[in-house]
Design a protein around this ligand. Sequence first.
Ligand code: GSH
Length: 210
Amino acid sequence: MIDLYSWGTPNGRKITIMLEELGLEYTMHPINIAKDDQFKPEFLAISPNNKIPAIVDTDNGQTLFESGAILMYLAEKTGKFMPTEDKARWATIEWLMFQMGGVGPMMGQTHHFVKYNADKSAYASDRYLTETKRLYKVMDARLANNEWLNGDSYSIADIATWPWVARHDWQTVDLNDYPNVARWYKTIAARPATQRGWNVPETEQKIPMP
Ligand SMILES: N[C@@H](CCC(=O)N[C@@H](CS)C(=O)NCC(=O)O)C(=O)O
C-alpha cells in the first residue's frame, strides 16, 4: 500500500497516473500547495525540499520525494514501465532525466511567466517560451522515428513527460506544430489510467486536446 502526498499539478499527476497504471492500492493525502501545506513539519519529514509529490510505502517503510525517484522506485517494485534490457533501460533513464532536468523546470518557468505573471517580464516570458518550444522540437524529432520516448515501449519516461505536455494550453504552445508529439500525447491521453490519474485529486479540469 502506498501513501501518496500530492496535489493536482504536472509533478503530482506523474505519480497518480503511474499508480493507476500499476493498479497499486494507494491513499491520497492532499497537500494543498496554495495553502502552504508543503511547509508543515509532518510533510517536511518525508519531503525535506517542501515539494510534492512524496510517498511512503507501508509495505517496508520506504519514504521518497522527487517524482523521478518515485517513478523509478515504483517501476522497480513492480517490474513495470522500465525495460530490463540495457539499451532500452538506459534510453528510459536518459529521457526521464531529460524531463526532470529540462522539461519540468523550464516549462514550470513558462507557466510562471507566460500564464500567471504575463505582464511582469517580456524578457523572461520570451526566454522560457523559446526554451519550451526548443524542448518540444527535441521531443518531436525523437518521436518522429520512435513510438515512445525510450524507443519501443511505454515507460516512466513517457509517464513523467506527458503531464507537462498536458499544459501546452497554459504555455500557449500549439501542439499541432509538433505532429509527432501530438500523436504521442493523444495516444497517452486515451489510456484509461491516464484519465483516472488526471482526476486525483478530483478536478473539473478536462484533459486539454489539441
Ligand atoms: N523536482 C521535483 C519538483 C517538484 C515540484 O516542483 N513540486 C511543486 C508542485 S508541481 C511544489 O510542490 N511546489 C510547492 C513549493 O515550491 O512550495 C519533482 O519532480 O518532484
